[in-house]
Design a protein around this ligand. Structure first.
Ligand code: ZN
Ligand code: ZN
Length: 377
């Protein structure tokens, strides 16, 4: 009887525990549902592009990258990307424009165009261009036909070339860089001859990285983090704050995200919030020098030399290899506190760590040569 009662109580306890576990799982999957969207890759025809070429791209993206894909309605080529003297479109400008157009559930966005493309500061043309962090790119269909080069080309050759460029550029949009392996589709091909002898497949390392990159979920913490950087680079500070904030909410406690949220606030002009986030990032990761260094820059801006020195010294205590803190300390001791031996020690430490600012070497010479007017900053 006693034993029965005990086991009944145990069964009841087990049921309660099970229910609690189910509730917990339901709560966490509800959280996940709110934050993670089912990813879709989008193909964006720019100007007139044959329907078959758009569908081909989507088939490749689905079969090779395992992503659902949709061809969007064609948009005109951006007229501000046309370089009339070259009669080519600026691929960087197109990629910049696409960044703004990535849908919220977009695992990536690949534009297709029949226009010829060039890359700034680059030789004659590019087959395509894509960003490794912004999940967007563009492929030009201009140069795969023999007619472009004044020769006869079979349709098979056209599709082979198109396929290789497509796989390569989509590879970039899921985070792959160029590959040293000449037997890999991520090798860097600059000429038609290069492209023709380029392999169609990824090497094993790139294949693994592509599969992993294609799993990045729109709406996940990492996705918001990379969007935040995209906006920060384009001086969209309010939107950078939004995305870093989302990343921080989805994955609390990541010092890197909190630091960058501080940077976005600082660039936006909100010094108070920036400082709060830098201190929070420093608290979360005691070995992370960046937020301490950033705090030092804020104090320099406020002309609070003592606080700045303290922050840069904390940056060095966290990570002695953070040579930029030596440069800042050198300047503060040199220009404001007029302590030349300490300034010299910090400048020297900066140079020893292969700091590249040539003016620091000039300052060292100046102190050693007995002082004089400070060089311009
Ligand atoms: Zn490339
Ligand atoms: Zn590779």
């Amino acid at each position: 009887m006693r034993r029965e009662a005990l086991s009944a109580r145990r069964a009841w306890l087990a049921a309660v525990l099970l229910m609690a576990a189910v509730l917990l799982m339901a709560a966490s999957s509800a959280r996940a549902d709110r934050s993670v969207v089912r990813p879709t890759y989008y193909v964006q025809p720019l100007g007139e592009v044959a329907e078959a070429h758009g569908l081909f791209a989507c088939r490749v993206i689905t079969e090779d990258f395992g992503l659902p894909c949709r061809v969007l309605r064609s948009r005109p080529l951006p007229s501000n990307a046309l370089d009339r003297t070259r009669n080519q479109y600026d691929a960087d400008a197109i990629v910049g424009m696409l960044f703004e157009s990535l849908p919220a559930d977009g695992a990536g966005l690949m534009a297709l165009t029949n226009a010829d493309l060039f890359e700034r500061e680059q030789i004659r043309f590019v087959f395509g261009l894509a960003s490794l962090v912004d999940h967007v790119g563009v492929v030009s269909l201009a140069r795969y036909r023999g007619t472009w080069w004044g020769e006869a080309t079979h349709a098979v050759t056209f599709y082979e070339r198109y396929y290789k460029v497509l796989v390569h550029e989509v590879g970039h949009t899921v985070g792959l860089g160029h590959c040293e392996n000449r037997h890999c589709a991520m090798r860097d091909d600059r000429t038609l001859a290069d492209l023709d002898e380029s392999p169609q497949r990824f090497c094993r390392r790139c294949q693994r990285a592509a599969a992993e990159g294609a799993r990045l979920n729109p709406g996940s913490a990492l996705w918001h983090y990379t969007r935040g950087h995209g906006h920060l680079n384009r001086a969209h500070f309010a939107r950078a704050v939004y995305h870093f904030q989302r990343a921080a909410e989805l994955e609390p406690g990541d010092a890197k995200v909190i630091n960058d949220l501080g940077v976005a606030h600082l660039r936006r002009g909100d010094v108070g919030r920036a400082l709060w986030y830098f201190r929070e990032a420093a608290r979360l990761d005691p070995t992370f020098a960046n937020p301490r260094y950033n705090e030092g820059l804020v104090h320099i801006g406020a002309k609070d030399v003592v606080a700045a020195v303290g922050a840069f010294e904390r940056a060095l205590a966290a990570d002695p290899s953070w040579s930029l803190a030596h440069k800042q300390l050198g300047r503060l001791y040199h220009e404001v506190l007029r302590d030349e031996p300490l300034a010299l020690a910090h400048y020297q430490a900066y140079l020893d760590a292969h700091g590249e600012d040539a003016s620091v070497a000039d300052r060292v010479q100046m102190i050693k040569g007995g002082g004089g007017a400070l060089p311009p900053r």
